[in-house]
Design a protein around this ligand. Sequence first.
Ligand SMILES: [Zn+2]
Ligand SMILES: [Zn+2]
Length: 339
Amino acid sequence: MLEAQGSSHGGEVRKSSASPASSARHMLEVRPGLFLGGAAAVAEPNHLRKAGITAVLTVDSEPGFQARAGFEGLRSLFVPAQDKPETDLLSHLDHCVAFIGQARAEGRAVLVHCHAGVSRSVAVVTAFLMKTDQLTFEKAYENLQTIKPEAKMNEGFEWQLKLYQAMGYEVDTSSAIYKQYRLQKVTEKYPELQNLPQELFAVDPTTISQGLKNDILYRCRKCRRSLFRSSSILDHNEGSGPIAFAHKRTAPSFMVTTGSQAQCTSYFIEPVQWMESTLLGVMDGQLLCPKCSAKLGSFNWYGEQCSCGRWITPAFQIHKNRVDEIKMLPVLGSQKKKL
Ligand SMILES: [Zn+2]
Ligand SMILES: [Zn+2]
C-alpha cells in the first residue's frame, strides 16, 4: 500500500506519529461543507460518505486513494507536492482554489487533504479562504489555526501565500512577482545552473519586429542593438526588503510602479535569450552587449543589491545609462493585428 511508505512524506510524518491521538479525528469542517484532513480521512470510503463529501482534493506526493473501490461518484483532483519549503505550491493554487470553488458552487462538500493534514492541505485551504473572504494571509491563517490549532504550514508555503496575496489572489505568470519567484526556484532546482528550461528566457527582441501596446524597447547605447523590452523589467519597491509584500493589498498598484524608482540606477530584468551562453553554469559575471561587447551590467544567481538598497535574488541588472529607451510603434502593414 502506498500510504505505508512514510519516508517520502517529509516533515508531516513525524508530526502525525508524534500525536497519534489527532488521527482519531479524521477531518475537520473549517467552513460549512469544506473539510480539512490527513490521509486517514480518505482511508475509508465510509468517512467521506458520512460527511457527505463528494469532492476530494489531494495535495500529497502520491495520489493515495484514487482509483480505489468505494469512491464512485467522487470528483477528485491530485496535486503532487512534498511538504518542503522549496516545493512549488504557488503555481497550483489557482487550480486548487477553482476546484474547491466549483465543487462548492455545485453543492458538493469538499475535502482537502494531504498526509498529516498539517501543512500542505492547510496551505491550500488558507489560499482558498484568502481569496473567497478577501483576507490577508495572516488573517486567513490565524482564522484556520483557531479552528485547527495544530495547523502549521512550512515557511516556504507561508512565503508563497504572501506572494499569492501580493498578486491579488490570482497567480499572474506574467507579473514581476511571479517571474522573480520562478527565477528563485531555478537556483534550487538546478544548482549546477545547466539545462535551464527555455521558457525562463525572454525572447530576444531582435527576433520579433513588433511590440505590444505601450511596450518600450531598450537598446545598447553604443551600437543600438535591441536588448530587452519593458515587459522584461522586474520591478521592486525602493529599498524595501524581500518580505515587504504584506502591506501590498492590491496587486495592480504594485505593478504600476514602473518609472517611480528614481534611486535605482539599474534595470533588473528577467534573463533574455542572448544572455544564455553567459549565464549557464556560471554563478555571477558581467553582462556584455551581444553585438559590440560593451559592458551593460552584471548578473548573480544568488543576488545583488540595487542602488536603492533593495536586495534582488537572482539579479540580472542592466545599468540605465548603458541603454536607450525606444517607444515601440506598430509596424506598417500589420494593422489587421491591431483590431
Ligand atoms: Zn532599486
Ligand atoms: Zn552594443
